[in-house]
Design a protein. Structure first.
Length: 436
């Protein structure tokens, strides 16, 4: 049920296991201000979590600063903590909305991690869901894409995983806006919301006419619900298969039985590969279905070989199939400070030394380690069960042109590299986004 009262809102957050401290993304638009009003009412109840309101200023519009100040003023009136997160990096003109989205979530993820907020609540509603489904229908999406936005999602960002909660997917947008109006809050209007160069805007403007033909917001939302049920069933089947036939290497590589992989039925095999390509490539947008199908079929065409797609690298031998990170797609020369940081969505890295940067080990680094291994007293160890390309994609610490340490291969005091995974890794990857 949609949380149409403050008490129901808290009940929904509890059902979604939001935690005792929850962040709310409030831009100043009518939808997010409706969320703010509901949270303000909920904060007065005894069992309410702590609410922190986050507004992101991307630095793209001069009006954004004033809009953030208005949200801050409303929060002060409601007695809620407000923080404006300002972007330090400039965005290029190409695909600016997607860049802004990635930056926005990274900023909020970093804040949530630093302040121990268990989740970020968003004001996405049924109209947003309908627009999303239309966009994905137009792209020929499969089950994952047509399942739409999830009520709860773990989103990988450069600042770490961020739990997103969308408790209003059964609300119409007008209902949230009405809450804001009744509270006397002035909603901001981003001009990009009316700019037809953006696909979402074109579908939004087409919705009334589609509704007259029977393709209503409610019908599209119902389709998403149905597809999500199908997706859950398919995910369960894949989980069972992975637990039987796969292992996850500490280097961040999926290792599969070749016979099991080749014996898997084609749709399930393609779905499996799509999920891991999406994970390793950290794709904001899905790859084309034909690309994924062709990539997944490669190990069936030759006894051994390799292929890359979208930042993922697949290698296969007589008895094993591997899927991991492509070296060429790894981040390069990332400065590292005193705090641990997430590297390439795969490894948590940290060092006490100053003035270093992190980059992939690479072929030159591997050769340096091979040379060192020939000398007496070397304490490292290469895992030769894996193709060398995955070892080359491991993080290493550098100072200038000199490699200082690669802890995954040779442990060294003051340097830490820890694989980021948990018991729920496979499920997180399978549910990490849309397929096609």
């Amino acid at each position: 049920m949609a949380p149409r009262t403050a008490a129901a809102f808290i009940k929904t957050l509890n059902r979604l296991k939001a935690g005792s401290h929850v962040a709310l993304g409030v831009s100043g638009g009518g939808d997010s201000l409706g969320l703010l009003v509901l949270a303000a009412k909920a904060s007065q109840l005894k069992n309410a979590p702590k609410f922190s309101i986050l507004t992101v200023d991307h630095g793209l519009r001069p009006e954004a600063r004033l809009e953030a100040k208005r949200v801050a003023a409303a929060c002060k009136e409601f007695g809620l903590k407000h923080v404006t997160l300002k972007a330090k990096e400039k965005l290029s003109a190409r695909d600016i909305q997607q860049q802004a989205r990635v930056l926005r979530y990274a900023l909020m993820a970093a804040w949530c991690a630093a302040h121990k907020a268990g989740a970020l609540v968003l004001a996405h509603h049924q109209d947003d869901q309908a627009e999303t489904i239309l966009m994905r229908l137009a792209r020929g999406s499969g089950v994952n894409g047509l399942s739409g936005m999830a009520e709860k999602q773990v989103l990988a960002t450069q600042a770490g995983d961020l739990v997103l909660l969308r408790p209003f997917l059964k609300w119409r947008g007008a209902e949230l806006k009405q809450l804001a109006r009744k509270a006397g809050l002035l909603a901001a209007e981003d001009p990009s919301n009316f700019d037809r160069q953006y696909e979402r805007v074109r579908w939004r403007q087409a919705l009334p006419e589609l509704a007259e033909a029977g393709l209503s917001v409610e019908a599209l939302s119902s389709l998403a619900d149905t597809m999500r049920e199908v997706r859950t069933s398919l995910d369960s089947q894949l989980m069972t298969w992975l637990e039987t036939h796969a292992t996850w290497h500490d280097y961040g590589v999926l290792c599969l039985s070749s016979d099991a992989y080749k014996g898997f039925d084609e749709p399930a095999r393609t779905r499996l590969v799509a999920a891991f390509v999406r994970y390793f490539g950290a794709h904001a947008h899905p790859l084309k279905r034909a690309q994924i199908e062709a990539f997944a079929a490669r190990p069936l065409l030759a006894a051994s070989g390799g292929a890359t797609l979208g930042g993922a690298q697949m290698r296969w031998r007589r008895d094993r199939v591997f899927i991991g990170r492509e070296l060429a797609a790894c981040p390069t020369r990332l400065a590292i400070g005193a705090k641990a940081m997430l590297w390439d969505n795969r490894m948590s890295i940290k060092t006490r030394e100053k003035g270093l940067f992190v980059a992939p080990l690479g072929q030159a680094g591997m050769q340096a380690l091979r040379d060192a291994s020939a000398r007496k007293g070397w304490t490292g160890s290469f895992d030769r069960s894996l193709p060398a390309c995955y070892i080359a994609a491991l993080p290493a610490f550098f100072k200038g042109n000199r490699m200082v340490a690669c802890p995954s291969i040779e442990p060294k005091a003051g340097f830490w590299v820890t694989p980021v995974y948990s018991q729920g890794l496979y499920l997180t990857i399978l549910r990490g986004g849309q397929d096609w």
